[in-house]
Design a protein around this ligand. Structure first.
Ligand code: SN0
Length: 315
């Protein structure tokens, strides 16, 4: 396995979920597997869960971990080939990725979109340049358009919590004061389409996700209609794909409240975190027994651990 960037990189989701459950039940069973193997985690953007859960997963497998904030602590990286580097950038991605590969056996990279140019973000330039120039496998720690470690943890959480064989899962847009990436919802849709669930997406008009992710999925522009009988409500804000990077204003009634949760089939509330309280979701919902957010965060460890375990097993 040379990379983990999308559900397309894995062979069998049921097998991965089973492996994650086994690792969760017995986290230190493969402590020998990572001996003398080094994971490097590179962050171009902030992180709390990804940084800690991926380190914890590596430690559970006996690996060594090095972490670096590339934006604040590294040289400014050039991505273009053939550039005369007499301007702001100081080190080319060819050397940077090659050098990091001398020290690390697996590299994780976090790189958010700029939300200015859609084609540039959706080309996954930074992540792909790392994959092309690294001499070792690369794990996405959230890229411009996908967040596979989060989605794998979400699949695991739903599998553990579901009360029916094929639950209704509603991914709903929710309000937010800043422009956020489409990575979490794109990725959630991508993984849910492979999982055994009935996925419905709810968002205001103008906020449909890219067609490649919504193909074959029911997309509703009325949240109340979508939430009816939902077993899981996954809230997330994203900026517009159509009017790229724009935020929605005047949609405060898309916040998840107890009244909204009452429309569901005693549904569970999910969010990837960090979450803006009383903007995305009301305190009463987030603080209720219906909230799975901490269990989702817990499962981030086992999502990361199954990825590292598979990479270590394949040598
Ligand atoms: C990121 C996102 O992709 O939406 C990371 C989620 C895992 N979230 C944020 O940037 C939230 C920042 C904010 O201002 O609330």
């Amino acid at each position: 396995m040379k990379k983990f960037t999308s559900v397309k990189d894995i062979d069998s989701l049921p097998d991965w979920v089973e492996t994650a459950k086994k690792l969760k039940a017995n986290p230190y069973a493969f402590k020998h597997l990572g001996e003398n193997i080094t994971l490097g985690l590179l962050f171009f953007n902030p992180s709390l869960r990804t940084r800690l859960s991926t380190q914890k997963a590596a430690i559970n497998l006996g690996m060594n971990v090095m972490v670096m904030n590339l934006n604040s602590d590294g040289w400014s990286i050039e991505l273009e080939d053939g550039t005369v580097m007499d301007q702001g950038t100081q080190e080319h991605i060819k050397e940077a990725a090659g050098v990091i590969s001398q020290y690390c056996d697996i590299i994780g990279v976090r790189t958010f979109p700029r939300l200015k140019n859609r084609d540039e973000d959706y080309s996954e330039k930074i992540l792909n340049k790392f994959i092309q120039n690294a001499l070792v496998p690369v794990v996405s720690l959230e890229s411009a358009t996908l967040h596979p470690l989060q989605s794998l943890a979400d699949v695991l959480t739903i599998e553990e919590q579901k009360k029916t064989p094929k639950p209704k899962v509603v991914l709903t847009w929710a309000p937010h004061p800043r422009a956020l990436p489409q990575a979490v919802p794109n990725s959630f849709a991508e993984w849910m389409k492979v999982a055994d669930v009935n996925l419905v997406i709810a968002n205001p008009e103008g906020f449909d996700l890219a067609p490649e992710f919504t193909e074959g999925v029911t997309v509703l522009h009325k949240q109340d209609e979508a939430l009816k009988d939902a077993d899981f409500v996954y809230a997330k804000n994203w900026s517009s794909f159509e009017d790229y990077g724009k935020i929605g204003e005047g949609f405060n009634d898309w916040q998840i409240t107890t009244d909204k949760m009452a429309l569901t089939n005693q549904g569970k509330f999910m969010h990837c975190l960090p979450v803006r309280r009383n903007v995305i979701v009301a305190d009463e919902v987030l603080d209720s027994d219906a909230s799975l957010v901490l269990e989702q965060a817990n499962n981030r460890t086992y999502a990361a651990q199954v990825v590292l375990y598979k990479m270590l097993q394949n040598g």
